[in-house]
Design a protein around this ligand. Sequence first.
Ligand SMILES: NC(=O)C1=CN([C@@H]2O[C@H](COP(=O)(O)OP(=O)(O)OC[C@H]3O[C@@H](n4cnc5c(N)ncnc54)[C@H](OP(=O)(O)O)[C@@H]3O)[C@@H](O)[C@H]2O)C=CC1
Ligand SMILES: O=CC(=O)O
Length: 359
Amino acid sequence: MTLVCRPTYGKLLSSAPMLAITSPSPSALCPPLPSRLRLKARPFRFGTGGLLALSVPFRAFSVSASASEFPERIGFLGMGIMGTPMTHNLIKAGCNITVWNRTKSRCDPLISLGAKYKASPEEVAASCDITFAMLSDPESAVEVACGTHGVVNGLSPGKGYVDVSTVDGATSKLISEHIKATGALFLEAPVSGSKKPAEDGQLIFLTAGDKALYETVSPLLDIMGKSRFYLGDVGNGAAMKLVVNMIMGSMMASFSEGLLLSKKVGLDPNVLVEVVSQGAISTPMYKLKGPSMVQSHYPTAFPLKHQQKDMRLALGLAESVCQSTPIAAAANELYKVAKSYGLSDEDFSAVIEALKAKQ
Ligand SMILES: NC(=O)C1=CN([C@@H]2O[C@H](COP(=O)(O)OP(=O)(O)OC[C@H]3O[C@@H](n4cnc5c(N)ncnc54)[C@H](OP(=O)(O)O)[C@@H]3O)[C@@H](O)[C@H]2O)C=CC1
Ligand SMILES: O=CC(=O)O
């Protein structure tokens, strides 16, 4: 596994080499930098030049660069909760962006910021060097890539397609085969991190596929994210993302049980949130979502329907290798119940409502 980071020497960094860090625990090697130290828009590089294999605790870093150093024309498909801020950050960094969304009106804020618009994924892919897609689920990812007026119709050798949606490995491989048949390159690159990290350019990219495309788009990933992992063959990025989200979905279900139990035995759940946040099981997720969950508010950052999709896909992954996942299976049932209560478009923390209904 390789995590590519750049040493943090401040502005002198403009000529610093990229460092390929190999580590069993790369995120531990790369603690978050204060945002004031993160400069965006780093130089565009093709190929592997400047890559060194080092095991040192440096983290991702970016330096100012002129927009001409990025791939010339970048397409972005899917202007949802995630796609919109990711595209916004690329525009802010000076990239030449063309957008498309099934519901055209969701492109309007980006167009007003300078993005061009095309009427289909095919036209975006035909007019751009690199096209990103951030779509709901396996079905929409396949439709946009391979359907009528889909991306494959606009691709040709020399172009690249980067799918940052969360899908299963089989879907990703299917899309990859269709993309590669055009002579273009393919990278799967699902992200860990939600609406706020997307807005702040703090996503974690879990990439796999064509290494040359990974290197080409790395400066763009560094605009949108704080770190990136290259995991090898197509399917590995999808699998990593599903395992991470399986853990997250189970944690949220368990946290929900704790909040409700604390209240039922006469404790203040707000105090529970505080106690948890000070101890070994502290996570930013509990601290961020706990107070609004106590008030039964679920402002959507990560839609519950997407979390349930990820649980379902993760359980399929586990089944494919005969791995027992009873906790995730139980949590998935709660997300299904919450969906049946009409909570699909609420934040996934609304899973707590499924447990309330049981009481
Ligand atoms: N929100 C989050 O915190 C995170 C989400 N993800 C993953 O990122 C992906 C996108 O998530 P998010 O932005 O939250 O989702 P949204 O529901 O906000 O956006 C989904 C996007 O997919 C488009 N879409 C859906 N179905 C189709 C279709 N059949 N054809 C064409 N376009 C379609 C939507 O278009 P339209 O506007 O027309 O509906 C929209 O642009 C998902 O895979 C999710 O699991 C990953 C990390 C974090
Ligand atoms: O997929 C969701 C996330 O927060 O990551």
